[in-house]
Ligand binder design. Sequence first.
Ligand code: ADP
Length: 494
Amino acid sequence: MWDITLHKFSLRQITFLRSLKARIFFILLLVGLIPCFIMRYAILQNYEQRAVNVRTSDITTQLRILANHLITYHYLQDTSSEVINAELEQLSNLYDGRVLIINSDLKIVKDTYGISEGKTIVSEEVIRCLRGESTNGYDRENGYMEMTIPITETVEADLPVGSGEPFELVRGVMLVSASNDSIIATMNSLNRQAVVVESIVGVLIFVVTLLVSKFLFQPFKKITQALDQAQEGYTTDPISVTECLETERIGDAFNRVLGRMKMLDDSRQEFVSNVSHELRTPITSMKVLADSLITQKDVPLEVYQEFMTDIAAEIEREDKIINDLLSLVKMDRTSADLNISQVDINALVELIMKRLRPIAMRRDIQLVYESLRPVTASVDEVKLTLALSNLVENAIKYNKEHGFVKVTLDADHQFFTVQVEDSGVGIPEDELEHIYERFYRVDKSRSREIGGTGLGLAITRSAILMHRGTIKVSSIEGEGTDFTVKIPLKYIAV
Ligand code: ADP
């Protein structure tokens, strides 16, 4: 159970993170808060450095004045001077620190805390200071600073009068450690103020995100509602949300998809109604023929035979329509269903011609085949045979008595072409663009008479397109028609 709850929780979290609102919130949060953090860090660092420097230079100045007094009052030899002790006390109170006076023998002569007087101190800073080098250090972690100042005396060189330059002699060292609590307190207070500012910025960003999402996402909400309505079928009107360019584009794209879907739906409905009509026609004829035989009494044998021949012809027609429909359904599938192999196209065309020659001979139509070169191509043999057979069969069917059909095969290094020319009835120019439509016939009664289903060219075109080929037609009414098929020699699967 826990698992399921956790799973649901993480799913919800992920969905939340995927929303644009969340992304805008996080982007604004980063853009708003990162500069605040950087500024806080920079200001605090800068303040600390400056405050420590000012304090160091303050203390150093005070110590230098005091060092002179120490020499004047011979404090290193005798620490009983009230004046100096008072000054030392004042100094250690002022800087909340400790002052050690160390003589040149590294002995502590005065400790304002009164703990280490008389003891010897050996530290690197003190020794360096005795050489005349003042040091200062800042212990950030413990919040105090430590510095050493040399106690120097100016003496004349022990040389004939007037020839010696005076020089500084280090007599001792003042070691001071001062607390930095006041600086740290100020920094803490600054830090608290910065946190308050950052929190206010965070809340402001949250409010801005809410406002932005309210106004910015309003058009998206509208378009989602419009899409939902369209999907539920409340409206078939085109969607239009023009509040912003993006939603307008989404609406346009959706309207295009909707238009295409409607077109596909219309063509599917038209196809279904065409199919039922085409399938019903032979059945109606058979029923009329059968009914008239049943209702008439003493029908002569010849009439029986004649009617039964007609019924057999209608059955054949029904069978042809069903077969053509099945072929078309096969062609409608994806190209993955192609059964590609290396096929001798010359042999394939010759076989088609051989099969159709008897039909041509019945109407004394001359079938001519011209092969300009041997051609082998990777094609689906069954589908290509069907496509080319339809073309040659049409050229025979829609021909005149004693006419001709000429099939020419040619190829270049990329494609092979099959041209089917006839001396037939031709196709009117304004009908040319429709001949590949399913169940379309130029002359319905003539096509029916010669056993056409109106599906042949639709099958042919689908088969050729599956091979990534093209089909072109040109025709002169009353003179003849010329179909040219162009197919790649090598099949390219996408
Ligand atoms: P059908 O089964 O009716 O022949 P098709 O799809 O094969 O159907 O052809 C569609 C229509 O195109 C035919 O009805 C016919 O009018 C026309 N047509 C096709 N081929 C030719 C041709 N070679 N000459 C004249 N008309 C043709």
